[in-house]
Ligand binder design. Structure first.
Ligand code: ATP
Ligand code: MG
Length: 577
């Protein structure tokens, strides 16, 4: 690759629209360009980086015995109606009609299509287990596309689907994918952590997310300092506190004036109690229906837990004016006693005694509120966000919170899809059984962004070698000198012949800007041919990550450098689990 002929439109300025560093550097390095919200063109180097991820993914999926196929991106509505997701999926599913007025969608994921293949093509237990995967563009009409490749509307995913004869066998397929993912992310050079996760819209009983640890992550993880427990906060189980019955005398429930006191802290202050003694009542819309959710005043509702408890497709906190329109209840003074809408309480609320709560009347609260006596929720459960004060649900140890970027997600699906689509095989006894399924995703394009979040410095990207779009850049610093140019060209050709991905900077630019671009692009190895070659027959090698430089005799340069790069690559390919 000759730099002078390539499309690598680097820029000095940081684009204002880019909030996170991976987005900034991908734009500045000329890796991607935005077409419109959530849609990006991968320019040549961006595509090359993504293809590096793809090949690692492919190698490891194949090693694990999975087979690659390619399914259509456009999917007919009938399949989604069969699975029940045409209704459930919501506005992330981009739907449209063809010229015959038939309904279609752009595939956000492929459970329906692959289950359809299984029911047509897999008939006997002898064909199982089978794991089918593809690497393909997905479309999700994300409500907030942002952070460049991190959350696009169109993005590249590796999705795999396993078919097994039993739960036990499906567990083995899951374990294989868990190991394959561990190998993949290790080979990508990422610092990551598998965590227990919520199963989301795809449904299923069990799942792990693979999280790249980075401050800009959209997910929060809880990790135990003493044992192996790690979970997404959406899932992390709060251990119920003291459930012993109280011997405290129950007070009368009394209405008190609390003019203008809408927030927990202010009410607590005003009444001389702590927020722990206040019941916070929040109105959520669960698939459009209002529900009142109760947590202790110092706690936060975890909406994914709420969604799961209610078996809802979607829950959101109601806006203040919607609360009034839907419930005619005064925002800031809503409480659980005699409330006319469905009441859902966090388990901890049920242990509260003589609490303060809204009176469902403007400017008033109640004191002496006692769950069970003064109100009975329709449902109770673990609904609140875990905190670092909570004990580890496994070992009781201390927890810490950290941010992460979800790069992979594996699910045990069970028979949800095979039953809905009547996808069965004949077992050993000759009976028809639904396939026991699993599904496994990797955000291939997101991996590139996540790698940059973890690997950059003030000068630009510092690609881990396995993901670098080019492994080495050869800088010709004396373009006008014919001999130097001939020597630089030969080195470029020799490195390429040795099997390396090489970029040859043959541009008529000042050395300073060549160095800057090489740093910005994050190319792991840089070799310069210039004055030292002219005087002493030496070239200079510099490593992007450490900044270490050394000189090498020109005659040995190609062989020595190729051997170094190869050795480093081999060390990344050798993964011990
Ligand atoms: P998220 O919670 O980030 O929306 P998800 O749970 O919807 O992710 P899955 O359905 O499990 O994601 O998709 C598999 C993988 O695809 C994810 O682990 C993630 O790496 C990637 N992915 C999902 N949505 C996007 C997106 N909008 N842009 C880029 N990658 C994505
Ligand atoms: Mg999503």
């Amino acid at each position: 690759m000759r730099y002078s002929q390539m499309l690598i439109p680097t820029t000095k300025e940081t684009p204002a629209e880019a909030e996170v560093v991976s987005h900034q550097l991908l734009l500045r390095g000329g890796f991607i360009r935005k077409l419109t919200s959530g849609l990006y063109t991968y320019l040549p180097l961006g595509l090359a980086a993504m293809q590096k991820v793809e090949s690692i993914v492919r190698e490891e999926m194949n090693r694990a015995g999975a087979q690659e196929l390619l399914m259509p991106m456009v999917q007919p509505a009938d399949l989604w109606q069969e699975s029940g997701r045409w209704k459930k999926y919501g506005p992330e599913l981009l739907r449209f009609k063809d010229r015959h007025e038939r309904d279609y969608c752009l595939g956000p994921t492929h459970e329906e299509v692959v289950t359809d293949i299984a029911r047509r093509e897999l008939h006997s237990y002898r064909q199982l287990p089978m794991n089918l995967y593809q690497i393909q563009t997905k479309f999700r009409d994300e409500i907030r596309p942002r952070f460049g490749l991190m959350r696009g509307r169109e993005f590249v995913m590796k999705d795999a689907y396993s078919f097994d004869v039993s739960d036990e066998e499906a567990g083995k397929s899951y374990q294989k994918m868990y190991e394959a993912y561990t190998r993949i992310f290790k080979r990508c050079g990422l610092e990551f952590r598998p965590v227990e996760a919520d199963s989301g819209t795809i449904g299923g009983s069990f799942s792990h997310e693979f999280m790249v640890l980075a401050d800009t992550g959209e997910d929060t993880l809880v990790i135990c300092k003493s044992c192996d427990y790690a979970a997404n906060v959406e899932k992390a189980k709060v251990v119920p506190g003291n459930t012993e019955p109280t011997d405290q005398a129950l007070q009368e429930c009394v209405k008190v004036e609390t003019p203008g006191m809408k927030k927990v802290d202010r009410v607590a202050d005003f009444l001389g109690v702590t927020p722990k003694e206040v019941i916070k009542t929040m109105i959520y819309l669960a698939d459009g229906e209002p529900v009142a959710v109760l947590v202790r005043g110092d706690r936060e509702v975890q909406s994914v837990k709420l969604k799961n408890l209610l078996h809802a497709a979607d829950v959101e906190l109601a806006e203040d004016d919607a609360v009034w329109k839907l419930t005619k209840l005064p925002v800031g003074y809503i409480g659980p006693v005699a409330i006319p809408i469905k009441l859902i309480a966090d388990q901890e609320v049920m242990q509260m005694v003589n609490a303060v709560a809204g009176a469902c009347e403007k400017g008033h609260h109640l004191t002496g509120v006692n769950p069970g006596r003064d109100f009975t929720p329709a449902m109770t459960g673990d609904l609140r966000q875990i905190t670092v004060e909570d004990p580890c649900p496994l070992c009781g140890g201390t927890l810490e919170l950290t941010e992460g970027i979800e790069v992979g997600h594996i699910f045990k699906l069970g028979t949800n899809y095979s039953q809905a689509l009547a996808a069965t095989f004949q077992d050993k006894e000759g009976c028809q059984q639904p396939f026991v399924m699993g599904c496994y995703g990797i955000g291939v394009s997101r991996v590139v962004a996540a790698a940059i979040e973890q690997n950059h410095d003030k000068n630009g990207i510092v690609f881990p070698l396995p993901l670098a779009p080019v492994q080495i850049i050869v800088l010709n610093l004396s373009l006008k000198n014919e001999e130097t140019t001939a020597a630089a060209e030969k080195l470029y050709m020799d490195l390429q012949a040795a099997g390396l991905d090489v970029l040859y900077d043959d541009r008529d630019e000042r050395p300073g800007s060549k160095f800057k671009d090489a740093d910005l692009l994050g190319i792991p190895y840089r070799v310069t041919v210039g004055k030292t070659w002219e005087k002493e027959g030496l070239v200079e090698l510099r490593l992007r990550r450490s900044g270490d430089t050394s000189t090498i005799a020109y005659d040995q340069a190609a062989v020595e450098i190729a051997a170094m790069v190869r050795a480093e690559m081999q060390s990344t390919e050798k993964v011990d689990l």
